[in-house]
Design a binder for this molecule. Sequence first.
Ligand code: ADP
Length: 353
Amino acid sequence: RKYKREMNLRKKCHNELVRLKGNIRVFCRVRPVCRGEHDSAENMVSFDPDDDALLYLSNKGKLMTFELDKVFHPQATQEGVFQEVQSLVTSCIDGFNVCIFAYGQTGSGKTYTMEGVAKDPGINQRALRLLFSEVTEKAPDWDFKITVSMVEIYNETLRNLLGDNQGEKLDIKMNPDGSGQLYVPGLTEFTVQSPEDINRVFELGHMNRATACTNLNEHSSRSHALLIITVAGVNSSTGHRTQGKLNLVDLAGSERIAKSGAEGSRLREAQCINKSLSALGDVINALRSRHSHVPFRNSRLTYLLSDSLSGDSKTLMMVQVSPLVCNMSESVCSLKFAQRVRTIELGNATRRQ
Ligand code: ADP
């Protein structure tokens, strides 16, 4: 039974990867109207009963249609969303570099999707648990090691969230071995050896993030949070090696911050967010138009994500949408960006083994 399950999973994974080949996939999740929010949202966002890739927004009397790879209704569960991304997640066991990032304005549900809530975890925890159980099942034929790092980027400063020195600052450097690989000296790489370690990772990350700031909610909407999982394996009989990486990113809020009014530290925050999100947009545009130079180095975020945004990597953007009328213009912006992202080819998907 175990063998059959594995075969089915592999088959599903393979089909998915063929479909994914070379493209950034874009999913959209519309969050529900929360308790206490009074808004006549129902008619503004609508779904196609026959096609789960279409989303309609009625904006100032105009009906706009957006085509994505998949649209999740407000009723979609965390489990349901994860089911749609799990084959992408497990492909890093086969040596793929994978990146899943949540994009959208503050309050659109990015953290809910990636981090989740205590009773109902999001993609981050589910991904790490699934990877751990999958590689455990492969023993003793394969010997796998899963390591986890957690960082946040705030005002273009990188902070280590799994270290002992609560959120110390880090730098990104080019590996001196000439491989062209980047590395972050001092970045904590936590080896996951048991399910309890997984709880420890998230507790520590959360604690370090919270202690480094005064208002966690405000702070997290202005910073990018990255969970970086590396899965490296060696086959016990053939010695064959494989290494894959999964980047799970909860981006800072994409809302356009009013230029007037913001000053001092707020203005600096806004400029940094704009810089990194527009750097992400520039990278995506360069990939789309197949420029030979892709400006990965223009921000810490794109620098850090460069190995999972190029070549043979698999990228999924989860565009988060608020159903509220008052958020409509930001929703339109996010979805327009999402549509641009969807037309990008990253190159040919080749196995890295
Ligand atoms: P963001 O990270 O984009 O700023 P949050 O994830 O914090 O947004 O979501 C804003 C609020 O909406 C939170 O209270 C969150 O719990 C709630 N929320 C978001 N998405 C969902 C969902 N799919 N189901 C239930 N509540 C949600």
